[in-house]
Design a protein around this ligand. Structure first.
Ligand SMILES: Nc1ncnc2c1ncn2[C@@H]1O[C@H](COP(=O)(O)OP(=O)(O)OP(=O)(O)O)[C@@H](O)[C@H]1O
Ligand SMILES: [Mg+2]
Length: 321
């Protein structure tokens, strides 16, 4: 296969039971040690994409496509086999910091049990590993945290505990859904440094969802821009940030005051009420849209160095398809 990576998401389509299709034909290829940031406004399907990869929290229907981990389609795996990959193969930090933690069991116990499921360890070793990670993630007083239950800690503290738990297993791939959203700027910077260090030391590939363009600018090797359940543009960080092609990406990026700041990503107007595989989902909000946009078949337009877009309307020499 042309793009074979560590994690190959191929034409993935997903719906929620009794719901409409939320992801349409999403393809992404993530290589070892690579950081891919997923951006796009609320409701475009970022969390659904991450949750679908490991079929977590478990209630999504995969209606098409495949997810290859080291070349093996894990979508077809039975739950027990999938469970073996979770954690040390593919780790996950949920958007809701509580989701990976049992709210009423001591964090020390949860840490020990998670580590023990993957490697031989003692309670003392697990505690010391946890304390070291807590310290690096700006959680002082590790002993108190280990002896607390998540319900006794703030959202921001639980978020860091969840990150520590995922990092402790040095996964091949880390799926991180807005891992810094509940944290103040200084702490965010520290988390970013630790995620980069995880990548540098262990070659962990990271698929990172963030609303924070400062985080994208600091971390991303590649950027995937999502809109209405599709990836509409993909490419190297510099290429996408400096030469955005898709009218949606351009609107998104021009709405950001400074690239080195911590401004959130977002543009004015309504998100799509209905997403459909036919035509361009962004057309109702696009100032370059014409009659054909609602029905045309969208296909990738290659730009350079792997950068592609589904549309380049409104650019000099640009095209829509
Ligand atoms: N459990 C669910 N059941 C039915 N529909 C859902 C469920 N979770 C999400 N959706 C719908 O799927 C679409 C994508 O939601 P998703 O949570 O993936 O977006 P997101 O990009 O992560 O947004 P945010 O930035 O707010 O986290 C939305 O239209 C949402 O309403
Ligand atoms: Mg989300």
């Amino acid at each position: 296969m042309e793009h074979r990576g560590l994690l190959d998401i191929e034409n993935l389509s997903v719906r929620y039971p009794e719901g409409e299709t939320v992801l349409h034909d999403v393809s992404l290829h993530i290589h070892s040690g690579q950081i891919v940031c997923v951006i796009g406004e609320s409701g475009c399907g970022k969390s659904t994409l991450l949750n679908a990869i490991l079929r977590m929290p478990g209630r999504v229907d995969i209606t098409g496509g495949s997810v290859l981990y080291k070349g093996d389609d894990i979508i077809s795996y039975p739950p027990e086999k999938l469970r073996k990959i979770r954690g040390a193969g593919i780790g996950m930090v949920f958007q809701e910091p509580g989701a990976s933690l049992d709210p009423i069991r001591k964090i020390g116990v949860q840490f020990y049990e998670t580590l023990r499921a993957h490697e031989k360890t003692s309670r003392r070793k697990a505690n010391s590993k946890a304390r070291e990670l807590f310290r690096r993630l700006n959680l002082p007083d590790g002993e108190r945290i280990l002896n607390s239950c998540p319900v006794q800690l703030s959202g921001g503290m639980n978020q860091r505990v969840a990150i520590a738990l995922a990092m402790a297993l040095h996964p091949d791939v880390l799926l991180a859904d807005e891992p810094t959203s509940a944290l103040d700027v200084t702490v965010q910077a520290q988390i970013v440094d630790e995620l980069l260090r995880l990548r540098d030391e262990f070659g962990t590939a990271i698929l990172l969802v963030t609303h924070n363009i400062g985080v994208v600018a600091k971390m991303a090797d590649k950027i995937a821009v999502m809109y209405g359940g599709e990836v509409v543009e993909f490419g190297l960080r510099k290429s996408v940030l400096e030469s955005p092609m898709h009218p949606y990406t351009r609107a998104l990026i021009s709405a950001i005051p400074r690239l080195d700041g911590t401004a959130p990503i977002g543009i004015a107007g309504q998100k799509p009420e209905r997403v459909s595989k036919v035509g361009c989902a962004f057309a109702p909000r696009c100032k370059y849209a014409n009659e054909q946009c609602a029905t045309r078949k969208m296909k990738q337009i290659p730009i350079k160095d792997g950068h592609w877009t589904l549309c380049a309307a409104g650019l000099k020499g640009g095209e829509s398809n």
